[in-house]
Design a protein around this ligand. Sequence first.
Ligand code: BES
Ligand code: MN
Length: 458
Amino acid sequence: MQRVTDYLRANQPRFIDELCDYIRFPSVSAQPQHRPDLQACAEWVVNHAQNIGLDARLCPTQGNPIVVAKTPRLSSNGKPRPHFLVYGHYDVQPPEPFELWKTPPFEPRIAGRSLFGRGSCDNKGQNLAHFKAVEAYLKTGTELPCDLTFVIEGEEEVGSRSLASFLKDHQDELRCDAIVISDTGMPTPKHPALTYALRGIAAFEITLRGPDRDLHSGVFGGTVDNPAMALAQLLAKLRDKNGRVAIPGFYDDVKPLSAYERKQFKRLPFNAAQYTKFLGVPRLFGERGYTAIEQRSARPTLEINGLTSGYQGEGSKTIVPAWARVKITTRLVPNQKPDRIIKIVRKHLAKICPPTVRMEVESGHGAEPYLVAPTGPQSQAALRALKLAFEHDPVLMREGGSIPIVNVFKKILKADALLLGLALPDDNPHSPNEKFDLDCFAKGQLMGAYLWRELARL
Ligand code: BES
Ligand code: MN
């Protein structure tokens, strides 16, 4: 193991250069014009994997290609060797609004121990850390104690549609003892974390249509409904003053938090004043009766992600807009089911939509919430690896974000996910000036290196 950790230490500058190369691809899965960039980025991952000694291939799909890369399979005198998947994604969120980036999102920049760039923490830096750990084994001739298969996809940020059918088609090849994923966070550099739950998600796009064209608001305003106003009123009905989602049945399946779990949450480091300041809000707001940690990780929500209508250019334009549109996502917790949520949201919208506008509701991607007891031997092995790499006691936590594929892994491969996130709370995923901490990058590599040893010992 010494040779592996020495190799990692000695090669950080090159690893950082490689991460910069990875970040330069504008692999934005939500935007069709970037399809060639996703392809090129996937090819870079394959190439990189081959260079470090993996057997890697590009698997085309209906959407963006999936990279599969395997460590050389060693014989084990007939005994099956443990096999783990490492999952990650090379696609990134849209970088907009560009003007809020201090330097362009796809031109990586290092300041102190931060590497800025879209995708730096979510998720390129985190999955590259795992590649580097394996590179260290292979390049120092240190025998890996288990077989590994990397599955790096290009549609995570848009719901992982192609990967689900890919898993079904390749389940024999991908059968494994667990899936290791570094695509979540940790509370501070002194609190490495094993995440044991993720929220699910259900996405909607609602369009209200009024007149068949934009109208002069002076000539016609007052005689027809205004779609933007109608939408604002409709949206205002979806949440009450206590921060509860006001859709009948929304909370029906929510499993209440146990007293034990609520007590554990209180042990996580959290400073409300700092948090408020960091987010730039005048005051926090959330579901009454729950702490901020519970609100953002263990309680369901409904959020407006985007809202569009009428004239948005400079100056004024006096119109009644022809339409108004909103993008919404609900975050779900055990035991809410996206299909049922989609049904009740649609039903409620139809009920409260006024007859003065026409409504179209499109439901987008959905994913189930994930929760697994962090008590088994694999979790214990992961906690040991975290402690060895970060030299601090790890914490257990739930995260509010979603990784749609984890439940599909569970269903198809019957394996649990070990969520070992390396992102810090101020890394700005999905926001302008996303960054990745270079110490987290280095310790993430160490964590990977220890993890294979700890897991293989079981
Ligand atoms: N890495 C995130 C998920 C995440 C972030 C989990 C922080 C926990 C903490 C992932 O890349 C992501 O953002 N997923 C999307 C999925 C969605 C578009 C279906 C999300 O959660 O919004
Ligand atoms: Mn993301």
